[in-house]
Write a protein that binds this ligand. Structure first.
Ligand code: DSN
Length: 423
């Protein structure tokens, strides 16, 4: 068969883009060659609706074993007793949880998107804000951190059935114990969406959400460094507290409700090639090498935050506990959009991001979000962070000066030649 050069040439160009630049998008990472090999395997040909051992199609003996490996490994990694590894993404995992635990019109309480939350935690433009009644907690203007007393006040006022903790752009660790106390007080279920810091949580560098949260969801491609995807976990199974019954009047365990929430609730056939890649990534995440990796991710983030603060950048909450940080650029007199555009011309990839109490639209924004998961996979260490921040500072200060931007880009391209991916 003739190779489709039109597509493969573009894939090659994307590969070169990834190699040449500094990848600072906090939700991205570089999956290993064996993760990508599994994701690109013959498993893409197989239909396997259902669960291992309980499929609606024949010929599932090997995908059953693969899916069970993925489940066993993720349970070991997080100390979970149950997991569903089929969600195609974090958004799908959250959709399955909500379908399994709520009725349309029920109240949910999440972290405000404009303060660092996620679309699927109740945004008006997302299913979670359209099907359910959302309310939100946020961060304090002075500290950039969440005030748990205010979360409790909002919860008591709104009486949600589901409280969601977790974020896309929050650099501090979460007080899951206090969230659980609030959830218990108002009779809500507590969901932690740990999509961003899950790799650091898996290896004990941050608080353990499974100890306190009824349900935990995550993506698999951020700090966890697997293929694009999602999953749901439970530390302890429990009976659905709202007494929702099946059409036959049976009250089901949460694990069974969540399985149904994924399939047939929100998805059809699982992507067994991606599940195989998840199994490979979870195996990698159990290794000593991965432990060294996540430790370095955290050290790099802290070094980068310190360097940014030292250069006069307004880092929300003045630092980070995890792999990312949010920078309010209003003091630098540039929008998030203009900063993103200037930085990409220098082959520094970041994303513009709303900052708490932003006065600009989500398309413009006042900030950028940066993370260290990808550059750490690349091999960079704390002593490299100041150099990166120096480049960011230079580009932002000269964002209309093509000569300066081009010279930064050449330096970065040359620098990155010394850090081939997966050498
Ligand atoms: N797009 C992801 C992120 O960048 O955090 C969240 O969906």
């Amino acid at each position: 068969m003739q190779k489709d050069n039109q597509v493969f040439d573009l894939i090659q160009k994307e590969h070169e883009r990834q190699l040449n630049g500094l990848e600072l998008i906090a939700s991205e990472n570089f999956a290993s060659p064996q993760v990508m090999e599994a994701a690109g395997s013959v498993l893409t040909n197989k239909y396997a609706e259902g669960l291992p051992g309980k499929r609606y199609y024949a010929g599932c003996e090997f995908v059953d074993q693969i899916e069970n490996l993925a489940i066993d490994r993720i349970k070991e990694l997080f100390g979970a007793t149950w997991a569903n590894v089929q969600p195609h993404s974090g958004a799908q995992a959250n959709a399955a949880v909500m379908l399994a635990t709520l009725n349309a019109g029920d109240k949910i309480l999440g972290f405000d998107l404009s303060h660092g939350g996620h679309l699927t935690h109740g945004s008006a433009v997302n299913f979670s804000g359209k099907l359910y009644q959302p309310s939100f907690y946020g961060v304090e203007k002075e500290t950039g951190t969440i005030d748990m007393d205010k979360v409790a006040d909002t919860a008591k006022k709104e009486m949600p059935k589901l409280i969601i903790c977790g974020a896309s752009a929050y650099s501090r660790d979460w007080d899951y114990e206090s969230f659980r106390a609030i959830a218990d007080e108002v009779g809500a279920l507590l969901l932690a969406d740990i999509s961003h810091p899950s790799g650091l949580i898996a290896r004990g560098l941050l608080n353990d959400p499974l100890e306190y949260c009824h349900i935990v969801t995550t993506t698999t491609h951020k700090t966890l460094r697997g293929p694009r995807g999602g999953l749901i976990m439970l530390r302890d199974d429990f009976e659905n507290p709202f007494g929702l019954k099946t059409p036959k009047g049976v009250v089901r365990k949460m694990s069974s409700l969540l399985d149904s929430g994924v399939f047939p609730g929100t998805q059809g056939g699982p992507l067994e090639h991606v599940i195989a890649a998840k199994a490979v990534a979870f195996g990698e995440a159990l290794s000593d090498k991965y432990m060294d990796y996540v430790l370095q991710v955290q050290k790099n983030a802290q070094a980068m935050a310190t360097s940014l603060v030292n250069r006069g950048f307004d880092v929300i909450s003045q630092g980070t506990d995890n792999h990312l940080m949010l920078i309010d650029l209003r003091s630098k007199d540039i929008t998030g959009k203009d900063a993103e555009n200037a930085l990409i011309k220098a082959d520094i990839t970041v994303n513009k991001n709303m900052v708490p109490f932003d006065d600009k639209s989500p398309f413009v924004t006042s900030g950028i979000r940066v993370g260290t998961a990808a550059i750490t996979t690349r091999g960079l260490v704390e002593s490299d962070m100041d150099r990166i921040v120096e480049y960011i500072d230079k580009v932002i200060a000269n964002h209309e000066n093509e000569t300066v931007i081009n010279s930064v880009r050449s330096e970065i391209n040359e620098w990155m030649k010394g850090y081939p991916l997966f050498k």
